[in-house]
Design a protein around this ligand. Structure first.
Ligand SMILES: NC(=O)c1ccc[n+]([C@@H]2O[C@H](COP(=O)([O-])OP(=O)(O)OC[C@H]3O[C@@H](n4cnc5c(N)ncnc54)[C@H](OP(=O)(O)O)[C@@H]3O)[C@@H](O)[C@H]2O)c1
Length: 273
């Protein structure tokens, strides 16, 4: 297998480019405010997760693949903080999560690269949750990460006390019933964060879009149709009014994928206003 991708947009690079380091070295904004970006791998028919009912959903092995996973990890290497969810930690405990939050054990080159950039080895984490019905694994804190829990003032007192005992730092983000992502981003910016990467699922993505805080979406379009009746798409929730509009910033064609179906790596930037 080669490490080459074919650039399709913008039409400025006629030669194939290398996949490794593509997203590690990609220009990303850094300024006074918080730059927020997310990432999904999706089938051509829009599936990002499949399973028998929501609690059992997982990213299907038919769309996940090591080349997309590499770029997912490179995007994490660019972040000060990862956005995760209560459900991810419940899945992790139940053995249903894909892996520990990035950077994963197999990506020591990216940990070393962060060190060379003067960054902490691992990005910090913010967990969005209203129920607070999850446990924080000790490993995250042992890795030297600060772990924030973004929640609402109506969240259960028992959950707050438990998560604080486990080393979580609580961030109150509105009265509820759900976290207001705009408040969450303000609080994180006040803590000095400049780049936040959403590595979580479609309900969090819906809130990032509703609140108008998502700047950029990286989407891997696997050239494969899976079907399946129980599935999630990249965003789940009520109609977005107004809808979220994006510009295409780049598009690469990976003809190899995992040796069968290829994929497209796209970057979409949210239109201002
Ligand atoms: N294909 C891909 O690229 C991709 C990427 C990510 C995830 N996935 C898959 O998608 C499926 C769902 O992912 P996920 O469980 O991580 O979904 P998610 O939408 O990120 O997480 C849902 C949980 O996040 C919390 N949450 C969401 N919005 C909130 C808000 N406004 N306020 C407070 N809490 C909020 C809730 O936690 P509480 O219930 O604790 O309140 C909720 O249960 C999984 O199977 C996952 O593997 C696929």
């Amino acid at each position: 297998m080669t490490d080459r991708l074919i650039p399709l947009y913008p039409p400025t690079h006629p030669e194939p480019v290398q996949l490794t380091h593509l997203y590690r070295d990609l220009p990303l904004p850094v300024g006074e405010g918080l730059f927020v970006y997310g990432n999904f791998v999706t089938s051509m028919d829009g599936r990002i997760a499949l399973g028998d009912g929501l609690p059992a959903q997982a990213v299907p092995g038919t769309i996940a693949n090591p080349r997309d996973w590499r770029l997912f990890q490179e995007l994490a290497a660019r972040a000060d903080i990862l956005i995760s969810s209560g459900r991810y930690f419940r899945d992790l405990k139940a053995g249903r999560a894909q892996d520990i939050l990035p950077l994963g054990h197999d990506f020591t080159d990216l940990v070393k690269w962060r060190d060379q950039q003067g960054q902490a080895p691992q990005p910090d984490v913010v967990v969005m949750s209203a129920s607070l019905d999850f446990q924080l694994p000790a490993l995250l804190l042992e890795q030297g990460r600060r772990v924030w829990v973004a929640t609402v003032s109506s969240a259960p007192a028992e959950g707050r006390a438990r998560l604080e005992r486990q080393g979580g730092r609580l961030l109150d983000c509105g009265p509820g019933p759900r976290v207001d992502a705009r408040l969450m981003m303000q609080r994180l910016a006040e803590q000095g964060y400049r780049r936040a990467y959403s590595v979580t699922g479609p309900w969090v993505m819906h809130e990032l879009l509703r609140a108008g805080v998502l700047d950029t979406l990286f989407l891997t379009h696997r050239l494969r149709i899976t079907g399946g009746a129980d599935y999630a798409t990249i965003t789940e929730g009520p109609l977005l009014d107004p809808p979220a509009d994006f510009d295409l910033a780049h598009l690469y064609f990976d003809p190899e994928g995992d040796g069968r179906a290829g994929q497209l790596f796209a970057r979409y930037d949210r239109q201002a206003g």
